[in-house]
Design a protein around this ligand. Structure first.
Ligand SMILES: [Ca+2]
Ligand SMILES: [Ca+2]
Length: 547
């Protein structure tokens, strides 16, 4: 949406109005088919006597930033419009195009030394109604544009209570509270840290702000959108029921922050969600919700995400980094969590996807480098799948610092599958890295597939796999290598465990030579740990390669 805000809007040759002190300018131009000849001339501008007096005063005064609107000349405006960036656009209910530009110009006025004075603010241009010429206003105060049921546009200084039941366009610059009331309102907040509060009220509202620091945004009911160019932090954002969209660069990176999008199919996107020693609570209620972020949980923060029931999707490059805690509960429904890294460094990540057919996809789950992450994943009943390149990696010693990783995966009942390249790796230059991976796939016909299960090189790993009742299969190229212990309990049912290599001693402790070392010592037999495979009742098959 911000991209669209940057789009240039063709602005017709403007005329100029001067509004100050809460006066109102109205253009009696209708967009409807019933417009009569009189209004079609577009020349029924009404300016109050107060506004005339204010305008006259402004014309002779040095330009300042305290009046809500200041007059500028045609040539100056055209030049300004050509060079000033568009920071917001909106459409009125009748289809007038409203364009907001950041504006700085050199005036004809000079100071005592003869130096030209500059004037800055927001230039608002209204165009797109063929029955009226374009209009431009230079705003330095909160302003509201609204149309009545006949399409008559009024532009005036905004004060609390001045919103209408129709679709208002409110432009805030002062930081005072803004409220759109009923109707599909568009509220711009250009104050530096955000308005004290922004209320959208009923209707499908759009709120666009620079920042929302320590304040309250409440869009009420309806399908609402909140776009914050900078940060939402230290306040609350409520989007009420309806299909809502929220976007910010950062959410809760400096102080406690709460987001609640209510019921409906909601979308939240951000670069960072949670950083620093604070708490971020996000609740998206019932409905098919989507959260998309670059990083969720960074540096000592706690992030709690509850997406409620139905089919939810969370995708983030990193979930849990550097001493953070991330708790994700996606409720019942078919949920998907995707990330490059889940649990890195000294983090704890708890993921509960509830009942339903859920999937968790990641490149890394539990990476202990310079910290000891714990990752707990529970996918509840249903046919769940977990796929990752690495599940549980502890790297200790050397420049990476001591690292150990623990990953607990419980996929509940249902036909679950776990696919990975590596499950359980402990390594460390100089020793010390360790990992423990506990996998319980519960009842149902489950499968666990991995190239390597249990690898300890200069470190140690323990992998415990229990596949419960049902016809389960475990297949791997290698089960147990180096200082690893692999315990497999395949429970009742007709199970199969297939491995090309069981037990492998690895003498190379160098992490960077891991793969090479494994290849070099592929003919060795026996490893430093003990491998246990236990089959309960049922027809179990163990297929092993060289051992
Ligand atoms: Ca309204
Ligand atoms: Ca609303």
């Amino acid at each position: 949406m911000m991209e669209s805000l940057q789009n240039s809007l063709a602005v017709q040759a403007p005329s100029f109005g001067t509004i100050a002190g809460g006066s109102t300018k109205s253009r009696n131009v209708s967009s409807g088919a019933t417009t009569d000849a009189t209004t079609a001339t577009g020349d029924t501008v009404q300016i109050s006597e107060e506004a005339r007096q204010q305008a006259a005063a402004n014309q002779s005064a040095t330009p300042n930033t305290t009046a809500s609107v200041t007059e500028i000349t045609t040539s100056e405006s055209s030049q300004a419009q050509a060079s000033s960036p568009v920071v917001g656009t909106a459409l009125t209910a009748s289809g007038r195009q409203v364009s907001i530009q950041r504006y700085t110009r050199t005036t004809t006025a000079t100071d005592d030394s003869g130096k030209s004075l500059t004037q800055s603010g927001l230039l608002v241009s209204v165009s797109g109604n063929e029955k009226e010429p374009g209009q431009s206003y230079l705003l330095t105060g909160d302003t509201i544009l609204s149309e009545d049921k006949n399409g008559v546009l009024s532009v005036s200084a905004y004060r609390a209570g001045q919103e209408t039941s129709g679709a208002d366009i409110i432009i805030g610059v002062s930081g005072a509270a803004l409220s759109g009331g009923e109707g599909d309102d568009t509220i711009f907040d250009f104050s530096s840290t955000g308005a004290e509060s922004i209320q959208g009220g009923d209707g499908n509202d759009t709120i666009i702000a620079r920042n929302a620091i320590g304040n309250t945004i409440d869009t009420g009911r309806g399908n609402d959108a909140v776009v914050v160019a900078g940060s939402i932090s230290g306040g609350t954002v409520s989007l009420g029921d309806g299909n809502d969209t929220m976007r910010a660069t950062n959410i809760g990176i400096s102080s406690d922050t709460s987001i609640d999008t209510g019921d409906g199919n909601d979308t939240i996107s951000a670069s960072f969600i949670g950083a620093g020693g604070n708490q971020v609570n996000i609740t998206t209620g019932a409905g098919n919700d989507t959260i998309d972020a670059n990083t969720i949980g960074f540096g000592g923060t706690q992030v709690n995400i509850d997406t409620g029931d139905d089919d939810d999707t969370i995708s983030s490059s990193t979930i849990g980094f550097g001493g953070s805690q991330v708790n994700i509960d996606t409720g019942d429904g078919n949920d998907t969590i995707s990330s490059s890294s889940i649990g890195f460094g000294g983090t704890q990540v708890n993921i509960n996807t509830g009942d339903g057919n859920d999937s968790v996809n990641a490149s890394w789950i539990g990476v202990g480098i310079g910290g000891s992450p714990q990752v707990n994943i529970a996918t509840g009943a249903g046919n769940d799948s977990i796929s990752a390149s690495w599940i549980g990696v502890g790297i200790g010693g050397g420049e990476g610092g001591g690292g150990s990783s623990q990953v607990n995966i419980d996929t509940g009942t249902g036909n679950d599958s776990i696919n990975a390249s590596w499950i359980g790796v402990g390594s460390g230059r100089g020793g010390g890295g360790s990992s423990q991976v506990n996998i319980d796939t519960g009842a149902g016909n489950d499968s666990v597939n991995s190239s390597w299960i249990g690898v300890g090189i200069g470190g140690s790993s323990q992998v415990n796999i229990a596949t419960g009742a049902g016809n389960d299969s475990i297949s791997a190229s290698w089960i147990g290598a180096g200082s690893s212990q692999v315990n497999i309990d395949i429970g009742t049912g007709n199970d199969i465990v297939k491995a090309d290599m069981l037990g492998l001693r690895i003498e190379s402790f160098a992490w960077e030579h891991l793969v090479q070392g494994l290849v070099e010592h592929a003919q060795d037999s026996g490893n430093g740990g003990g491998n246990v495979i236990a089959g309960a009742g049922g027809n179990d098959v163990l297929v092993g390669g060289d051992s």
